[in-house]
Design a protein around this ligand. Structure first.
Ligand code: GLN
Length: 192
């Protein structure tokens, strides 16, 4: 069984653990550097990216995850996607820079900042997983403003990419761990 780390410093790591179990993988709740050694891939969950950054620094995990991402797949959702991006705005903050993407935080505004939408994933996503539309939960979500280099947009919402694969890495601006649809986690497991 594949072992997948879930960064568990802050945010909705428990929901990712449950989603991994549903998809047939063993979650490892990563809180220190040593735990990166035995895992095949890593998920950075949703939560609050500024807080997560501080805790990453505090635990000495920041450089360790950059290093991990040079060899193994990393999947970031929402705040985790913000940590994955090379450029972060609104406000600007440092990030792990694992994907050559520019992202704007809290980009849907304050009034209607959370919603559940129905997406039609790209044909490639449906071919690689299973056909059908997908429920997507957005919570104070970021918007991807630029995708550089070779990347595949696997789903869009209102014309913006919300699920992107670039090399070995994956990011979603929504929360696939909060719905029963296992396809996004299953796709990540295929990459390991
Ligand atoms: N708004 C959060 C941030 O900027 C992300 C929200 C989430 O992960 N649901 O980090």
């Amino acid at each position: 069984m594949k072992k997948v780390g879930v960064l568990s410093l802050q945010g909705d790591f428990a929901a990712h653990g449950a989603a991994l179990e549903r998809a047939g993988a063993e979650p490892v709740y990563v809180r220190d550097r040593e735990q990166l050694e035995g895992i095949d891939g890593l998920i950075l969950p949703g939560g609050e990216s500024t807080t997560m950054l501080k805790l990453l620094r505090y635990e000495g995990l920041y450089e360790a995850i950059v290093e991990f991402g040079r060899a193994k797949p990393v999947f970031g959702t929402c705040a985790g996607a913000i940590l994955m991006a090379k450029e972060v705005t609104h406000p600007a903050q440092e990030s792990l820079g694992l994907m050559d993407i520019a992202i704007e935080r809290n980009a849907y505004g304050r009034q209607i900042d959370s919603r559940v939408a129905t997406l039609e994933p790209a044909p490639e996503f449906q071919l690689r997983t299973a056909p059908g539309t997908m429920e997507a939960v957005f919570i104070r979500a970021p918007i991807v403003r630029h995708v550089n280099g070779g990347a595949t947009v696997l789903a869009e919402y209102q014309g913006d990419p919300v699920l992107i694969e670039q090399g070995r890495h994956l990011m979603a601006t929504f929360h696939p761990e909060l719905t029963a649809d296992p396809r996004v986690h299953a796709l990540f497991l295929e990459k390991l």
